[in-house]
Design a protein around this ligand. Sequence first.
Ligand code: TXA
Ligand code: MG
Length: 322
Amino acid sequence: MFTTIIGKDLQKAIALLNNNEVVAIPTETVYGLAANALSEEAVVKIFDAKQRPFFNPLIIHVSSVNEIDKYAEIDDLSLKLAKHFMPGPLTLLLPKKEVVPDLVTAGSNKVAIRVPQHELTLKLLQQLNFPIAAPSANPFGYVSPVSAQHVYDGLYNKIPYILDGGNCNVGLESTIVEVENDDVILHRVGGLSIEKIEEVIERKLIIKKSQKDPETSGQLKSHYATSTDLIQGNIEELLKQHQNKKIALLSFQKTYSQIAESDQYILSKEGDLNIAAQQLFKVMRILDEKKYDIILAEIFPNDGLGLAINDRLHRAQASQKS
Ligand code: TXA
Ligand code: MG
């Protein structure tokens, strides 16, 4: 048991990490639950605090692209992606080097690596002499946290310190890709759009069917779940099917006349998918607290970050039992 403290004290976070403790850290995507990636003793505490099964591997975070080859073999195309998008919401799956503990990769010979784009966390990484392993800082299966308070709500008493770096700018977890031969395989849609990646690699991404890959946690269907039931689809149709219920609407930019305005949560009135992404997890948490009978969510446009928004809503829906 810890008394969990929220603060901006970088040196305190560093001291704890040096002491094999876990610390929640801000990134541009979502908050991470960090520990020394090279210490099994420290990494075990991440799994403990999150109640995360050991078969789910962790992403390691480094301070710059130059650090990657200490921990993994990097091919030319991966390097091109790294130079283009890091720091930023991209994670590369690469053949791991010996120094990375099997616990981090769940026994796989590939390690997931990224450089987060957050000033405070980059400073932190620069002052540590090890990389940090960090999954999203939420109890296993729940919506990822995009503020220090969200981390606190899920993990108080489980961790000593939350480094407060404000609200996450991107608001969705990183996009995960892997170069295989000359193809680039998409493992998780996320905060970096497919279009932007394809522009740089000058070829189409290969979409990996998530069902084939149950070992990757962000891919498990029981993810991003609110405790209130959530259904995604055509709102007009769904409203007809769910009469007499206390309904919350989660929409992109539109309002619906059938429902009181106070029960409608618009992610971006101006129709900007980047803003919608930034708002999504925060709004899902707000709605979950308000004890609606059901949350009805629109299908977002399937381009830019809309694809990742739809993916997260779909998983939130898939995880509900009823
Ligand atoms: O934006 C993000 O990626 C955030 C921030 C904190 O960096 N992290 C995050 O971590 O979303 P997590 O653990 O919630 O999701 C990591 C995903 C999981 O689906 C995991 O299975 C996959 O990355 N992953 C990690 N290492 C892997 C490996 N060696 N092979 C295959 N998948 C891996
Ligand atoms: Mg996660």
